[in-house]
Design a protein around this ligand. Structure first.
Ligand code: CU1
Length: 169
């Protein structure tokens, strides 16, 4: 292999370093963490006091908002999020992992990304507005829930307005 002229190597190194640094910030911006649900929080859809009702809750961050919208149930979270104009603005959402917390009083430290959860529907437990989707990070935990409460598992992508209407949400 012929020796490359020194300036050629330097130009190559310079081009490589520009490619590494020139395309803006290469580290993705961290997503806003879930916010605690406090006794004063009301549901973005129905206005009810969120902590006054049982069952998994939801939070949604739209656009670059620093604070989430909060929802009294996963059913109401998705009823809101699956409206096309809201879906277009969604950054990310959180739901309670029902393996990690109690149904009657879900804890702030049990939020998981909504898009990463599986959901049990058609079970016999009730959330604040009636039937609600029970989220789990772990499919085995969802199956264990089904043994006690019935229903079946669906993925995040299967949730749409038609399904929510069938569930009576
Ligand atoms: Cu609500």
């Amino acid at each position: 292999m012929p020796r490359l002229p020194r300036y050629f190597i330097l130009a190559g190194l310079l081009a490589a370093s520009l490619m590494l640094s020139g395309c803006g910030d290469s580290t993705p911006k961290a997503l806003a963490a879930p916010a605690p649900i406090t006794s004063g929080d009301s549901c973005h859809v129905c206005g009810m006091t969120i902590t006054a009702h049982p069952g998994p809750k939801g939070e949604a961050f739209l656009g670059n908002d620093a604070a989430p919208l909060k929802f009294c149930s996963t059913a109401e979270l998705f009823t809101f999020l699956k409206q096309p104009e809201n879906a277009a603005q969604l950054s990310h959402a959180y739901v309670h992992d029902m393996k990690e917390t109690s149904w009657d009083s879900p804890s702030d430290d049990a939020f998981i990304r909504a898009a990463d959860a599986v959901y049990v529907i058609d079970h016999d437990r009730r959330g604040s507005m009636g039937h609600t989707l029970a989220p789990f990070a772990d499919k085995n935990a969802a199956d264990a829930f089904i043994e006690d409460h019935g229903g079946h598992v669906i993925g995040y992508d299967a949730i749409d307005l038609e399904l929510l209407a069938e569930l009576g949400c």
